[in-house]
Write a protein that binds this ligand. Structure first.
Ligand SMILES: [Zn+2]
Length: 141
């Protein structure tokens, strides 16, 4: 069965995502783009998120890619937000219904090559940028 959210066959996207997380946690060269991998994957698999969570991930990706904020800085901001109890929304969904109904993406996680850390980081960045561009065109969220 094709993934109902990103369209990849046999839901290979989930397998690949799990493999990438292991790779990123075991090799620092790959780990530098961990924040992009997670945000891009979540944007393209919105059933894992609430509506607010999806919008939050999109905003995060924009901060990483467009505003060039370093992940550590954003993590601190997020932590402050959580600590101060300002965040009133849940990020993860239990309902399992997609937030968006877009299932065609120019790039998915399957476009990322893993030969070496440099290629991997370039491909993850290109995938994340493409996911952000397409997500920002979605007006009905
Ligand atoms: Zn998928």
């Amino acid at each position: 069965m094709n993934c109902p959210e990103c369209g990849e066959p046999d839901s290979l996207c989930q397998t690949r995502f799990d493999e990438f997380l292991v790779l990123e946690f075991t090799d620092a060269g790959y780990g530098t783009v961990h924040h992009l991998t997670v945000a891009a994957y979540m944007l393209q698999h919105s059933s894992k998120l609430t509506r607010e969570g999806w919008l939050h991930e999109r905003e995060l990706l924009r901060e990483f890619l467009i505003e060039n904020k370093p992940p550590a800085f954003i993590r601190k901001q997020k932590k402050d937000l959580v600590d101060s109890g300002k965040r009133k929304f849940k990020i993860k969904s239990r309902g399992g219904l997609p937030v968006i109904n877009n299932t065609t993406w120019t790039k998915t996680i399957l476009d990322v090559r893993v030969e070496n850390a440099q290629i991997y980081c370039e491909d993850v960045t290109a995938w994340a940028r493409s996911a952000l561009d397409e997500s920002e065109k979605i007006s009905q969220v």
